[in-house]
Design a protein around this ligand. Structure first.
Ligand code: SF4
Ligand code: SF4
Length: 96
């Protein structure tokens, strides 16, 4: 599934800029194969501020059913989202 965040965000947030890149729908090659760790969002801690979405260089963070999610097909595991989340809602887990 390719996330199209602009279609999914609530109207109140519709004026947010696009991410530093663009929606993952514009990426054509899955790049998860070389990821050594993956970000995991703890939904109980997440405040839905969407800062991780704004800073993700791949534009692969999106909202679904009111929850912030990551498209792992395109996430490269850089960890920027973990670093930018001031609520500590994202942890990096080693890929197995
Ligand atoms: S930055 Fe953290 S709190 Fe904000 S939406 Fe992302 S995971 Fe949730
Ligand atoms: S690890 Fe990097 S590419 Fe993956 S969701 Fe976080 S910021 Fe985006």
């Amino acid at each position: 599934m390719k996330p199209y965040l602009r279609d999914r965000i609530p109207e109140t947030l519709a004026e947010l800029p696009d991410a530093t890149a663009y929606e993952a729908g514009y990426l054509v090659t899955k790049n998860a194969g070389w990821r050594s760790s993956r970000p995991v969002i703890h939904q109980e801690t997440c405040r839905g501020c969407l800062k991780c979405y704004l800073y993700c260089p791949e534009g692969v963070i999106f909202q679904d059913g009111g929850k912030v999610k990551i498209n792992y097909d395109f996430c490269k595991g850089c960890g920027i989202c973990r670093k930018i989340c001031r609520f500590g809602a994202i942890e990096m887990e080693e890929e197995k």
